[in-house]
Design a protein. Structure first.
Length: 122
């Protein structure tokens, strides 16, 4: 995979070079209808993974799946982190990590829970 630096909202990040029909590059690979994982802002994704790692070390890996009333609790946590960020607080005082990274984790937990309704919510 050919990697290059690409500017995203003022931040430099590594991004994949993707070939589109009509490019002057040689070789073809018809993957235009497949997911383009190179679109993700990887440094921000890494921050969310750092938050997940802190949680896994503090509790246990995937503990969030077993939290009683997780839908209500993670929605509340999402709103607390978002509100703190809206009010100008960049980082969570307990972890030192971005409130938005914490909010991203809460959204992922809610999304997983929504797609896995058969899994008990405690």
């Amino acid at each position: 995979m050919n990697m290059s630096l690409k500017s995203y909202n003022g931040y430099e990040q590594e991004a994949c070079d993707t070939q589109r029909p009509g490019d002057s590059m040689s070789g073809l690979k018809y993957d235009g209808n497949k997911l383009d994982w190179c679109l993700l802002p990887w440094k921000e994704v890494e921050e969310a993974v750092e938050v997940l790692t802190i949680g896994a070390n503090k509790y246990s890996p995937d503990n969030w799946k077993r939290v009683p009333n997780r839908l209500d609790r993670y929605f509340s946590a999402l709103m607390r982190h978002t509100t703190a960020w809206v009010n100008g607080e960049q980082n969570d005082p307990e972890t030192g990590k971005s409130h938005l990274a914490h909010a991203m984790c809460c959204l992922l937990f809610l999304m997983w829970s929504d797609k896995n309704k058969e899994v008990s919510d405690g």
